[in-house]
Design a protein around this ligand. Structure first.
Ligand code: NAP
Length: 334
């Protein structure tokens, strides 16, 4: 049995992860932490929460686990990750702490110096379908952000094939759980219900450098990324609508064939038939990323739906851990 610890078990991603690992046949949850709810049980905090006693992070028996999952805010996760690595555990970090390669870029986007820049070069960016070979031997995995997972899985086949030219425009919508469980005024029911609002428009969202870093590794074509996320009045789910300019010679049949052949046999990528586009309901409560494909006037119009808490966070973290541990990648996941 693999012994796993979860830091930040009471947050939305922590609860989702604890629920998945609770059903996982090869994993035993050794502990879940919370500063504010230590001494309580996760089942008392969430109506459908698994039976998991919560302990203070300072008393986590880090030397007794094989895998550490970090569901903490950015900059909080890095020191915990380093302590776990020192104790011999393998780490899957759901925060943004190890996603960017350059410490200066982290500081520019996250407003603080990186707590452990020396680890940035050894972290594997865990977009599972693309990174399997590196994941197998990885000790530290940076789980991708929810928006980047949806956008990058859609664009990877075209970027790698050299199909993209110039601009990529992403119009994305996320459910409110994407912002975490801490109360904030703009996330209250009255503000969100029956509403739809853009935020961090253009190039202001922290996921922009993460997406550009990955795209730059896959294509030599310069790409202008414009990304506008929206807060949608649903609890979970994420839909990205992507408009990507294509180079000469790329029509719909070639785009579809390229994406379908890239993901042939992938258990968690579903490509919709001609004429259909992705909706939140295609992926809700699953580890799937669901893609729809059209080409209009030389522009690939891709829709990409996933559940931000599953494929966008906890599900992909377990998928990565399965690969790291040499298990069937789908174990414990639907
Ligand atoms: N929500 C998503 O859809 C999503 C998707 C992908 C990635 N992520 C990333 O995953 C991480 C966790 O996100 P989340 O949505 O689960 O967050 P959340 O709901 O706000 O939960 C945060 C967790 O971290 C703990 N914590 C420890 N130190 C904290 C601190 N200084 N401030 C606040 N909480 C602290 C909290 O419990 P205590 O306060 O009791 O210790 C709680 O268990 C974040 O880095 C986020 O960016 C989230």
């Amino acid at each position: 049995m693999i012994r796993a610890g979860i830091h930040g078990a009471t947050g939305y991603t922590g609860h989702e992860l604890a629920s998945i690992l609770d059903r996982h046949p090869a994993v035993e949850i050794a502990f879940g932490t919370s500063r504010q709810s230590a001494g309580r049980n996760l089942a008392d905090l969430y109506t459908q929460g698994p039976d998991l006693p919560l302990i203070d992070p300072s008393s986590a028996p880090v030397g007794e686990i094989d895998f550490m999952f970090l569901c903490l805010p950015h900059t909080e996760a890095a020191p915990v990750a380093v302590a776990a690595l020192d104790a011999g555990a393998r780490v899957v970090d759901l925060s943004a702490d190890f996603r960017l390669r350059q410490a200066a870029e982290f500081e520019a986007w996250y407003g603080e110096a990186h707590p452990h820049p020396e680890f940035l070069s050894q972290a594997v960016y865990g977009l599972t379908e693309i990174a399997r070979a590196q994941l197998a031997g990885a000790r530290l995995v940076a789980n991708p952000g929810c928006y980047p997972t949806s956008v990058l899985l859609a664009l990877f086949p075209l970027a790698r094939a050299g199909a993209l030219s110039g601009s990529v425009i992403v119009d994305a919508k996320s459910g409110v759980s994407g912002a975490g469980r801490s109360p904030k005024q703009h996330l209250q029911f009255v503000e969100v219900a029956e509403n739809l609002s853009a935020y961090s428009v253009g190039r202001n969202h922290r996921h922009v450098p993460e997406m550009e870093q990955a795209l730059a590794a896959w294509t030599t074509q310069p790409i202008d990324l414009i990304f506008t996320p929206h807060l949608a009045p649903v609890s979970r789910g994420l839909l990205s609508t992507i408009y990507a300019s294509l180079r000469e010679g790329w029509d719909e049949a070639r785009v579809r064939e390229t994406i379908e052949s890239t993901y042939q046999g992938e258990p968690f990528i579903r490509i919709l038939p001609d004429g259909q586009h992705a909706a939140l309901a295609h992926a809700a409560y699953t580890n799937r990323c669901v893609l729809g494909i059209s080409v209009v006037k030389g522009v690939a119009l891709l829709t990409s739906a996933l559940d931000n808490l599953v494929k966008g966070a906890a599900g992909q973290a377990v998928q990565n851990a399965n690969v790291m541990a040499g298990l069937d990648e789908t174990t414990g996941l639907v």
